[in-house]
Structure formats: structure tokens, C-alpha cells
Design a protein around this ligand. Sequence first.
Ligand SMILES: [Ca+2]
Ligand SMILES: [Ca+2]
Ligand SMILES: [Ca+2]
Ligand SMILES: [Ca+2]
Length: 232
Amino acid sequence: MKMKTSFSAGVSVLALAKTILSAVPAQAVIRPINTEFLVRVQYTSLTMNEISDRWNDNNDAEVYMSLEANTSHPENNPVDTLKMGPWKPSGGFPDYCGNNDGADEYADPWGYEHQGCLVEVEQGKTHSLYEALMCRSNSPDGSCQHDWMRYSPSVLLKVKPGDRIKVRLRAYDYDRTSADDKLCDGSLTLGGADGFTYLQLKNLQTGGVISTEYNGEGMCSVPFAVTTLGPA
Ligand SMILES: [Ca+2]
Ligand SMILES: [Ca+2]
Ligand SMILES: [Ca+2]
Ligand SMILES: [Ca+2]
């Protein structure tokens, strides 16, 4: 008697499951694989735990740098680079950048006020990128798409399922009487071997840290966050 009761209960659960499944609309199970999402890559800070400038102030650097983000379809993202400082300066500096003590000339201290000047980065200090003047461009040596701005150290990407996101940091130290030195060049790729799935992209909330090894000139670390804002 007991066995019979549990058997009939099992049948009715199965029947209920079939009813629920048949009530799911067909479009709910079609995966829109070509949907494109707007994804923000936001950088937070810059730390250089080692700096060897070999000038009178060895442990700070006169920095210019780029933060680049892109996908497997770079043609979708023409404005993908954030620049800080003048990229590979060769034609001199604007007067307003200053010319103070010879070694650190033309470099503003962090939290600087002038666009397009070198930025003085101190060894071991974490500098907020929200305070830095930056501009967006299509490459490190491309022209700025707008005036130099603070408070928005981010770029927007159009990302499709199957895409991966690559984030790259390059930073150089300016020297007045010798060639500039590469402090770091590092990158991080997100999305695994097959790229992000539709479901991962839909609610993406991830990030990482670009960290480089000490290369004799410097070593850098930049954390970043990656967030989907919605359909592109
Ligand atoms: Ca140097
Ligand atoms: Ca220095
Ligand atoms: Ca220097
Ligand atoms: Ca040098």
C-alpha cells in the first residue's frame, strides 16, 4: 500500500515537469549568439615597486604611458587606448610643463595640472588613475579624441560572444640626455581559449591585474575592472 502511493506521486511529478517544459516559449531557448555588448574596461591605479632611473633621483621616473584594451575584432573598437603624458616625446615640451632641476625637468608631480606633460611616478607608491589627466585615442601615438580629462580612466569596447579581451600596459621613463627607458610592457587576456560565452558576456563583472617582472628599469602593476553595461 505504501509503495503504491509513492509510485503514483512520482508519475504526477513527471507529468507536471512535462507541462512546465511545454509552456516555455520557443524563443526563450534560442541563444542570440550575434548579440554585441558594450563592455567597460576601467583602470584604477598604477604602482611601480621598482624604479631604476640612474639619474640624481634614482627612484622616481618621468613617465608617459598607454593603457590599451581590445578584442579579437579590433575593427569594432577604434578608440581603445588611454594615454597619459606625451607619447615618446621628441620635439620638446610645452613651457607650462616646467623646467626645474635638470633631472626631473618637464615632469609634474602626481596629481598634476597640465595636460600632455610627463608624470613623476615614485617607487613603491600607489597612484590613483582617477587623478591623472588622460585622453582616449586610437593608438598610443594617435591624437586625442577629446581634451585631456580626469576621473574617467576607462575605454568602452563592443564585444561579441567568442571574443576575448586583451588589456595592455606600456610605460616609459623619459631621460634628458639618454634614450628613454621602457619601464614595463605587459598584457593580460581574458575570456579563455574560446572567448566569452553569451551568458558570460551578458553579466560580465570581472577584472585582473597587469603585473610585469622587474626588467632592470622598472616593474609595474595596474589593476582593472571589466563590466558589461548592456547591449551595444
Ligand atoms: Ca632612466
Ligand atoms: Ca628620476
Ligand atoms: Ca628619467
Ligand atoms: Ca636612459
